[in-house]
Structures are given as C-alpha cells and as structure tokens.
Write a protein that binds this ligand. Structure first.
Ligand code: MG
Length: 250
C-alpha cells in the first residue's frame, strides 16, 4: 500500500507541480504582452453577397466580354458570350487567362446543358486548370455515374471529392478554390507540392490536398518545373457555360 502511495505521490509531484507553477507564472504576466498590433490587415470591401467579388479581386469575367482571355490554340477566344455567361463552342479550343498567377483564391460559376445527350465523361465535361496543369473537373455529375476520380469536383485522376454536391443539369454551380502553387528548388526538385482546397456549391470537397503533379489522362503524374501560369478553362466539346469569374492573389 505504501508502495502505491509513493508512486501516486511521485506522479502528483511530477505532473501537477509544473502545471501549477506554470499557472502561477502565467497569472503574473500582463495580457497585453501577447497582443500583436502590427501588421494591420488592409481594409477591403467584401462582395454584396457571398460569391460576389470583393474590392481586391481581379475580375476575369463579368459577363460582358472575353478581353481577359486568349484561345489556347492562339488568337481571340471564340466562345459565345450571351446573357452574362460564356459558353464553350465545340472545336473553338480551350481558353486561358491573359494574366498568370501563383497562389490564388478563385471563384467561378459553371452550368452544364439542361438537355442530356450522353452519359459518363461525355456529359457536360469541361474543367478548370490551375496554372494550366492541375484540373478541377467540371462535369454533369447529377445522377451520372463515372469513375469517382473523374466526377465533378475531382482533382482529375488524383483525388476523389469527399461528397457529390452537384446540382441538376442546367442549374448554376460554384467552385471556390484555394490553390497553393508548387515550389521547386534550383536543381528542379519539388520543395513543396501544389495544394488545393475546393468548395463545390459552398461545400468543402477537398481540404488542402497535395497534388502528385500535373493532370494526366494516361499514366501517372510527374512534376515539371514551372512558374506562374494562366487559369485555363477546358473545351471538351460540350457547351458548358461559365460566369462570375474572379481571383485574388495570395
Ligand atoms: Mg474535364
């Protein structure tokens, strides 16, 4: 019994005493000593409602024109601008932003056709490529079976979205994407991979996922050294529409 009492006492002294001492030490401190007054975050004006661009956003498409975009096959993009949206024109090629970006917060809205003609990957397929390389899949995934790492919101062929938050075809949907660009050493090795966080219609579907490399349809991804690059919207042959595209550099 004495033995147990001794052991208990040792535990009591070793565990309780330092915590107790720390509390006493903390009580003597001025709470102001841990206040930080610098830097002061810059004041911005948030959007009128969630999803609308804040005052520090770069507007890439406000529904009026494609002046911020070029066709990936060269020249001005031939996508149709109508009723506040731009729509993929089959064979017009993908489009990419004229401005190039590193780490960003990106908001955009997309809509797949109401009329359903095909299924699987042939139904409302497009995509948002971060830095022209890393695809967040756009697809009509409302009651449309396909491989899970290729459905709407998938980090294509790399990461399955946590849930399927798809709306019905013909309804507007949103992506809010936080992208951290990969960092490379002078020798060309990956210091840190690209990280992606995605909200689909306000629902978190990827939380700081490390990408394995640029999106590949065949085989496995391998990183290549690159700097800032465009946001690219994919022409996969389906008339997918986009609107309200804005970005904040981080
Ligand atoms: Mg796609």
């Amino acid at each position: 019994m004495n033995y147990i009492r001794s052991i208990s006492l040792i535990f009591f002294v070793t565990l309780w005493t330092p915590i107790h001492a720390q509390d006493e030490w903390r009580e003597k401190l001025d709470s102001k000593s841990t206040e930080l007054w610098q830097p002061v975050p810059p004041v911005i004006t948030p959007g009128s409602v969630v999803g609308q661009p804040p005052s520090d956003a770069i507007i890439l498409f406000d529904g009026k024109d494609l002046s911020q975009w070029t066709a990936t096959k060269g020249g001005d993009p031939k996508w149709l601008v109508n009723d506040g949206a731009m729509t993929v024109q089959r064979g017009a090629s993908s489009i990419k932003s004229r401005k190039v970006f590193g780490d960003i917060q990106l908001h955009l809205e997309w809509r797949t056709p109401t009329e359903i003609k095909r299924n699987g990957q042939e139904r409302g397929n497009s995509g948002v490529y971060l830095q022209e390389r890393y695809e967040v899949q756009v697809l009509d995934s409302y009651e449309n079976q396909t491989y899970s790492n290729g459905q709407a919101g998938a980090l294509y062929k790399q990461e399955i979205p946590m849930v399927n938050a798809s709306r019905k075809p013909g309804e507007w949907q949103s992506y809010d994407i936080i992208f951290t660009a990969p960092r490379f050493s002078d020798k060309g090795t990956v210091v840190t991979p690209a990280y992606v966080t995605v909200f689909h219609n306000g629902v978190l579907i990827h939380n700081h996922v490390a990408l394995k490399g640029p999106t590949q349809n065949q085989g496995f991804p391998v990183y290549e050294v690159h700097g800032k690059a465009s946001i690219l919207l994919q022409d996969h042959g389906d008339p997918v529409s986009y609107r309200n595209i804005w970005v904040r550099e981080l």
